[in-house]
Ligand binder design. Sequence first.
Ligand SMILES: [Zn+2]
Length: 97
Amino acid sequence: MTSIVQFSLTDFVGYATLPVALIVFFAIKSRNKSKFGLNFSRVCCPSCHTKQPIIRMPQNERQALYGGWTCEKCKTEIDKYGRAVDAENQEIEQSPR
Ligand SMILES: [Zn+2]
């Protein structure tokens, strides 16, 4: 009987590891402001400070994949963390090391 209980416990730990690993992964990515991170706070346009809508319609492939907005007012491309994105869809480096 003891062996069955131990097997179930091991099984449970095995299944629980994956979601925990995913949560940790997204937490780290969000902290690093990576493309794979998540941002749930409201974002303002870096140029004209217009609040961007919560519901967004992707204007291009990058926005569909990684999130972000095109500002309604000044057409600035914004990533999901509220940083401006240049024409080549490359994230502008905030500080070049
Ligand atoms: Zn704007």
